[in-house]
Design a protein around this ligand. Structure first.
Ligand SMILES: [Zn+2]
Length: 50
């Protein structure tokens, strides 16, 4: 039983570059990806890059 070449290319590539933001509404600090980060705490879009 040869199990080589099973097509399981598991490349751990968690290079999701999350940027750090801080919510101006509640002061929550979080990391988000994308151009429109939303506070996970209060769902506010009024955040600044921290
Ligand atoms: Zn917030």
């Amino acid at each position: 039983m040869c199990s080589i070449g099973g097509g399981t290319d598991i490349e751990i590539e968690e290079r999701v570059k999350g940027r750090s933001y801080r919510c101006k509404e509640c002061g929550e600090r979080f990391k988000a990806v994308g151009k429109h980060p939303v506070c996970p705490s209060c769902q506010s879009e009024d955040v600044e890059e921290a």
